[in-house]
Design a protein around this ligand. Structure first.
Ligand SMILES: [Zn+2]
Ligand SMILES: [Zn+2]
Length: 295
């Protein structure tokens, strides 16, 4: 099979609507596409919104999130004979807001929708992905905390990833080593954190997002193995401990779907990984990589 489980749309900061993504996915020969739109940030409220370079960031507006949900839900039904559509969400996790996040995922969002046939229903995602895009207090993007030093950034980030896993709310952890693009220290420096994280993934039965968005060197536009997220060393550990890998391009534009998949599959083959996973109705499903289709 050939699946891209991490795609964004114009409902957050992507540039394309749901049906365009699906049409392009079919053209690319994908057997499945997973929508992983960002969740709203309403639960941050009293803490204030996170910032990047001083600019406040917002998640998807809640009303838009509901439209996103219903649009993907409708498309999933319409296209069920042509392509597998997975309805997911990428949630910014914050330990201090654990209960608010849990509540936000557990509401009856369509109670006031006069067109809704079943107003009492809750969100039913195919997968829920947890992510750490911001650290510290106040919440800021990694690059805005460089003055605190790399040790502090590494500790804060990996503690947040560990909290995300331990929350028990998530099926998948998004781009688990995103911090490495903001530090000069290499894998060996933070490898103990990775070992701890892999043990937690086993204990809490959580998968990893094999994110192919960051593999390109921005200047040369070439694939670089050491930029893989998770790193090759982490992938080897995942193989040893049977951690499920869910591959996704994190495309914010349909043309970027399946970006760097071929190169990533070659790395996986070297490690001896032949199977990947996706989530459907929160259930983990294993499949064999179709390397022919991927090229
Ligand atoms: Zn993300
Ligand atoms: Zn994403």
């Amino acid at each position: 099979m050939f699946i891209d489980s991490h795609v964004h749309t114009h409902y957050s900061h992507g540039d394309s609507e749901v049906y365009k993504v699906i049409k392009d996915a079919i053209e690319k020969g994908l057997d499945g596409v997973g929508f992983a739109e960002h969740f709203h940030y309403d639960f941050f409220n009293d803490l204030g919104l996170p910032t990047i370079a001083g600019k406040e960031m917002n998640g998807i507006v809640f009303e838009n999130f509901k439209i996103y949900y219903k649009t993907v839900e409708r498309a999933r039904e319409e296209y069920k004979d042509k392509i597998k559509i997975l309805l997911g969400v990428e949630v910014d996790y914050l330990e201090a807001k654990k209960y608010e996040i849990k509540e936000s995922l557990d509401i009856r969002p369509f109670e006031n929708d006069y067109k809704e046939e079943n107003p009492k229903r809750k969100f039913e995602f195919d997968f829920i992905m947890g992510a750490s895009h911001f650290i510290g207090n106040p919440l800021k993007y990694f690059s805005d905390y460089r003055d605190k030093g790399e040790d502090w950034m590494i500790e804060e980030y990996f503690q947040s990833i560990k909290d995300t896993i331990k929350s028990g709310l998530f099926d998948i952890i998004a781009h688990p080593e995103i911090i490495k693009y903001f530090i000069n220290k290499d894998f060996n420096y933070y490898s103990q954190h990775i070992e701890d994280i892999v043990d937690l993934l086993v204990k809490y039965n959580v998968a990893i997002d094999l994110n192919t968005d960051y593999c390109l060197n921005k200047e040369t536009k070439k694939f670089e193995k050491h930029r893989l997220n998770p790193s090759i060393e982490t992938l080897v550990l995942c193989k040893e401990k049977d951690i499920p890998l869910v591959i996704g391009s994190d495309a914010h534009s349909p043309s970027k779907m399946t970006n760097n998949f071929t190169e990533t599959f070659a790395v996986l083959k070297n490690i001896g990984i032949k199977n990947l996973f996706y989530f459907e109705k929160r259930k983990l499903i294993e499949y064999t990589i179709d390397t022919v289709k991927a090229i």
